[in-house]
Design a protein around this ligand. Structure first.
Ligand code: TEU
Length: 629
């Protein structure tokens, strides 16, 4: 049990403690040696609290201590080596339905051959459910209905079969933390205090705001609704009402709905903000200092709430396991160790999680107007992919519908855009983990050139803009919006550019094709070991992937442990394993020339520069794959 008297190094040894400390260091842009040296490690939490001038409230420490003590790691009972799985081998592609193609689900259906040609194995489809569209479908009005502008349930079924006929899988987006205020449960709850649906949400009757929590989209997380005017909780927009997972009837309804979709044949789910689903009954005040660092007050109470893992285990048992459904949790705010608590196969919760600590560099949040230094990727991946994840697995992505384009964060002027896009693709498809491409990645889509707030549609950006105007000029507020707006990623996909690039042998599109083919050519890319090399060179990320020759055809699972045994071709990707294959990958993360560390004489298989004979010098953002044996 951890208390205020516990030493910092004991807190550091706890998975949640380790992640929280890392997160604070990240937000403050402080080096980890500050905490990891023995003198500081011997300080108690309470001494630290006093030494830091009590800038962080006692309430915060109490809240995190509760977290630590509630979540002691489960003992490992039967160590079963993780099996090969289709989702470890697959290349995923995220479709954002309002901007992927015109024509809704039928439009998507018409593009399945396109996706197949690109080499995609599985599609993650962002929400297409009936919705008033306050947050582009992440505000579900009816989980059992398709939004008419995307088509009908028949179109959905046609899409599922269309994918399956082509040997591809479908992963739907499941929004379980909240519903739209127009959902019939919420409507019933607001109309009648005695309604059984009242318990599905968080209603509080008080004069003042029930607590100081803020919404991710600006302003308080509480709003008065309906005639009685009770407060109800919405961590996102005013039309996205948080669901009370402590209510067993609600959970049963949600599991029933997930099973209904699985009966239709979907292969799994991406679970929207799934780490937020459990909230403490007392709804304690959030710490304002911690809130000022992250931009949201109260998150320490719900980013990893008291019954989170219990709920997720139940969801898996009740809904996913009977179908062998795949799950990837979107888990903003949590770190590597907490990620493991979801994705370690022993714990039987989720298959994968999306972690976000590589989307900004230390000391920055999304709306800061700054240039992303790609050298951070070396630090990040070495830490993330070297961490002991038990029998967990990683998801690899640089873009999604919630973030400005990575190429533009690194290179706002677009000077190196093609090289950079190819370099990121090369890393995404050769590092260890499951790649998730976002629509437009394959043609190096950049940020939009917005010039005025009138062009911005996203509810998050508009909410934040209104907040910012309270403390800064419209020009400065717009600069922040321009830096972080999700609208950058939501512009229509440029099909003309796709056509052009498909014909151009040197295009980014064709480079993706080559990388996906390379990934399929050897199981070393999937189950092989990953070893980061040349750690002192901060500019060049280099690593070796290797399928062990000692095992017949096998490899080390993530984080060590017993090897995965793979017999011949497996899974959707149809990759084959050749024992003893090994590859070397290097990427210059800077626009300056850098020295290559590759073994002399190794054969270059792929490079993002064309027409030049690879030399011992890496040019701006140059990235190469070599065969070692
Ligand atoms: O996103 C959750 C999330 O934490 C962020 O990525 C989000 O964009 C927000 O800006 C936090 O600052 C998921 C969905 O991906 C997003 O599109 C939804 O708006 C959100 O949940 C609510 O459903």
């Amino acid at each position: 049990m951890l208390t205020l008297k516990s030493k910092l190094r004991d807190v550091r040894a706890h998975p949640i403690g380790s992640d929280i400390i890392d997160k604070l260091l990240f937000l403050l842009n402080l080096p980890s040696w500050l905490i990891d040296n023995p003198i500081v490690g011997h300080l108690s939490l309470n001494t630290l609290r006093i030494l830091t001038g009590q800038v962080v409230s006692l309430g915060f420490f109490e809240a995190v201590l509760k977290l630590f003590n509630a979540e002691l790691e489960k003992p490992i009972a039967t160590p079963v080596p993780p099996a090969p799985a289709w989702w470890k081998e697959a290349v995923f592609y995220q479709i954002y339905p309002s901007s992927f193609v015109e024509g809704g689900l039928r439009g998507i259906l018409s593009k399945l051959d396109y996706l197949k040609d690109l080499g995609v194995d599985a599609v993650w489809l962002s929400p297409v459910y009936d919705s008033p569209w306050d947050d582009n479908g992440y505000d579900v009005r009816d989980y059992y209905k398709i939004l008419p502008r995307f088509g009908t349930m028949d179109d959905m079924e046609a899409l599922i079969s269309g994918l399956h006929e082509r040997g591809m899988k479908l992963v739907m987006d499941l929004v379980l933390n909240h519903t739209s205020d127009e959902h019939m449960w919420y409507q019933a709850a607001v109309k009648d205090k005695a309604s059984p649906y009242r318990e599905f949400y968080f209603f509080r009757e008080s004069e003042e705001l029930p607590n100081n929590w803020t919404s991710f989209f600006g302003g308080p997380a509480w709003e008065r609704y309906g005639e009685q005017g009770a407060w109800a909780l919405h961590l996102f927009s005013r039309k996205q009402m948080d669901l009370n997972w402590a209510c067993p009837q609600l959970r049963e309804e949600l599991y029933k709905m997930a099973r209904w979709w699985l009966d239709k044949g979907v292969d799994g789910f991406r679970l929207d903000v799934v780490n937020l689903i459990s909230k403490p009954v007392e709804m304690p005040e959030g710490d304002p200092f911690i809130g000022s660092l992250s931009g949201y007050i109260g998150a320490e109470h719900f980013f990893h709430g008291p019954r989170l893992h219990e709920f997720i285990e139940e969801l898996r048992t009740e809904a996913f396991d009977p179908y062998g459904a795949f799950s990837v949790g979107e888990t903003p705010g949590i770190g590597i160790q907490m990620g493991r608590m979801f994705s370690d196969a022993y714990r039987r919760q989720l298959d994968l999680v999306f972690l976000f600590d590589h989307l900004e560099t230390p000391g920055h949040t999304r709306f800061d107007d700054y240039r992303y230094k790609a050298t951070y990727l070396k630090t990040f991946f070495a830490k993330y992919l070297n961490a002991d994840l038990g029998h967990g697995w990683n998801a690899l992505f640089f873009n999604n519908h919630d973030n400005p384009r990575m190429v533009s964060k690194i290179d706002p002027d677009g000077t190196y855009v093609e090289l950079l896009a190819k370099m990121l693709a090369l890393l995404q498809l050769t590092l260890r983990g499951t790649p998730f491409l976002y629509q437009g990645d394959e043609i190096a889509t950049q940020n939009q050139k917005f010039t005025s707030i009138d062009q911005i549609q996203d509810v998050e950006s508009l909410g934040l803009y209104a907040e910012l105007l309270k403390t800064m000029s419209p020009e400065d507020a717009f600069k922040r919006i321009l830096a972080g707006t999700r609208d950058h990623a939501r512009a229509p996909l440029d099909w003309d550019a796709i056509e052009r690039q498909r014909k151009d042998a040197n295009s980014v599109w064709r480079f993706y094709g080559a990388l996906i083919a390379l990934r399929r050519s050897s199981l070393a890319w999937i189950y092989g070991t990953l070893e980061f090399l040349s750690p002192t060179d901060k500019s060049v990320l280099c690593f070796r992937r290797c399928l062990s020759a000692r095992e017949p055809v096998g490899a080390q699972p993530v984080g060590g442990g017993r090897p995965v045994v793979v017999d011949g071709p497996v899974g959707v990707a149809g990759s084959v394993g050749v024992a003893g294959s090994s590859f070397y990958v290097e990427a210059n993360l800077t626009p300056q020339k850098r020295k290559s560390h590759a073994p002399v004489g190794a054969e270059v298989l792929l490079c993002n520069y064309t027409g030049t004979v690879p030399s011992r010098v890496l040019k701006a953002y140059e990235a190469r794959v070599y065969r070692l044996s």
